[in-house]
Design a protein around this ligand. Structure first.
Ligand code: ADP
Ligand code: MG
Length: 453
């Protein structure tokens, strides 16, 4: 079974179970391979894996089976623990490329680059201009002026896009330097493989022999001690040789919890730039560019300019969501032969529009958490300090901090007039617990999903 078959399986399931359940349970799964009638999937937590296997396992199995490839069993691993559970006979696999992958330089195990993610297709606006300029500078080559370049920002704001763009640009130069692009997860995976097959020596040699190293989503190695150790040494060796390093993460180096201090400070030693959430103008610019592209692929169809303005207004800052919305409009238009105007967009994107309208409130969080832990709301807000009440209270504070835009003092007030330092303490406590206690981390994740669904 190939990854595109997995896509078909997913869309079959989406139709069967509806968008909301799909988003909560199926979308987070990753396809890891299929071997001997066993379909290997990974889930962000064992809770999700178990749930899917109980509720949708049979349906998944049937959808994934074809006359010549019967799937008899589904094996779920947890994303972070994948390397121990991957089937022994399978070679390590790179994450599925989003589009025609280009082979990276033959002797380097670089992850495939998406040919669409170039500087040309990257729309620049105020929120990302600094990140873009820094990426351009690195891509020009020349003497290394800042090392590493550290890009951070929320999901779907273009970090991976910029990194691929740098890699494309560098590789197209005359005397192409050796570029290695991979996710931190891949880094860990390869490191673990090297440990397992006792060839850490060649692992080290390989990583130390590149001219440009790019590691995407470095927050992934937080809490993974030996991978961090190895990463630290690789990093230092390359910096010593004056080789360029580019790193991305979902938050600033200092804010990545579970990362060693020495690594944090190393990561801060170059240029740290963030990609800000998109603003209206940038969203409109991106939509225009993507719409032109879609119009070329679908002759005779073109979205009304007012539709693009409407979407730029109404859809969240995540560019991936914008893109998805536009793709759906063009697909719908070409399937049913309707022009893309406001009416059609509202109808076709009802769910996306509704989701971006939804803002979780502190009150909802308190209600959901109280419900989940079976304590009364009044107790959560009251003074009792017994663990049975204080832990849920901390979870609710943590979620309030992470899912709403309310300030710490404001959150404190909503929790029965508590001080903001109590909220800080709660947030820290839950962050710590999440790193070591998988039950808490799964509960928090589940609550988050329910609140955001
Ligand atoms: P991140 O790695 O920050 O989560 P990605 O780089 O994967 O985000 O971007 C998500 C999607 O949005 C990609 O398809 C990317 O091409 C697109 N995208 C993000 N920012 C821009 C931009 N400024 N111009 C064009 N496309 C963008
Ligand atoms: Mg990314």
């Amino acid at each position: 079974m190939e990854t595109d078959v997995w896509c078909t399986v997913k869309s079959g399931l989406q139709e069967a179970i509806g968008d909301s359940a799909f988003k909560t349970w199926i979308a987070p799964l990753e396809y890891r391979g299929c071997d001997n009638g066993v379909l290997y999937l990974s889930a962000p937590s064992s809770f999700i894996g178990n749930w899917v296997s109980q509720h949708y396992g049979e349906r998944l199995r049937r959808l994934a089976s074809s006359p010549d490839h019967a799937v008899s069993r589904i094996d779920f691993s947890v994303s972070g623990a994948r390397q121990q559970q991957a089937p022994a006979r399978e070679a390590p696999r790179a994450p599925a490329p989003r589009h025609a992958p280009e082979p990276a330089q033959a002797d380097l195990p670089s992850s495939p680059l998406d040919s669409r993610l170039t500087f040309d297709s990257f729309v620049v606006g105020k929120p990302n201009e600094l990140a873009h300029a820094a990426a351009r500078r690195v891509a020009e080559g020349g003497p290394v002026t800042f090392n590493p370049l550290f890009l951070y920002g929320g999901v779907g704001l273009g970090k991976t896009h910029l990194m691929h763009a740098i890699a494309h640009e560098i590789q197209s130069a005359d005397k192409a330097p050796r570029v290695l692009y991979l996710s931190a997860e891949q880094f860990m995976y390869r490191f673990v493989q090297a440990l397992r097959f006792k060839n850490t020596h060649s692992f080290k040699e390989l990583f130390r022999s590149v001219d440009v190293l790019m590691v995407d989503d470095v927050q992934f190695i937080a809490g993974k001690e030996s991978t961090q150790e190895e990463f630290f040494h690789t990093f230092n060796a390359l910096v010593d040789q004056n080789k360029q390093i580019v790193i991305s993460a979902d938050c600033a180096p200092g804010e990545i919890s579970g990362l060693e201090e020495r690594i944090k400070s190393r990561l801060q030693s170059g240029l740290v730039v963030d990609l800000h959430p998109t603003d209206y103008e940038l969203r409109l610019g991106i939509l225009q560019a993507k719409s032109e592209h879609q119009a070329r692929l679908n002759p005779g169809i073109e979205a009304d300019a007012r539709v693009l303005e409407f979407l730029a207004h109404r859809i969240s800052s995540n560019v991936r969501v914008l893109e998805g919305a536009l793709t759906r409009l063009y697909a719908f238009a070409s399937l049913v032969g309707r022009p893309i105007n406001l009416d059609m967009a509202q109808e076709c994107l009802a769910d996306v529009l509704r989701a971006s309208e939804r803002k979780v409130t502190v009150e909802e969080i308190i209600r959901k958490v109280a419900d989940h832990y079976n304590v009364r709301m009044a107790e959560l807000l009251g003074p009792r300090r017994a663990r049975a009440v204080s832990r849920p209270r901390q979870v609710a504070m943590f979620l309030s901090k992470n899912l709403t835009t309310k300030s710490l003092p404001e959150i404190g007030r909503r929790f029965g007039g508590r001080d903001h330092t109590t909220v800080i303490h709660a947030v820290k406590k839950i962050e710590e617990l999440r790193a070591v206690d998988s039950q808490i981390s799964e509960e928090v994740e589940l609550l988050r999903r329910m609140l955001e669904a």
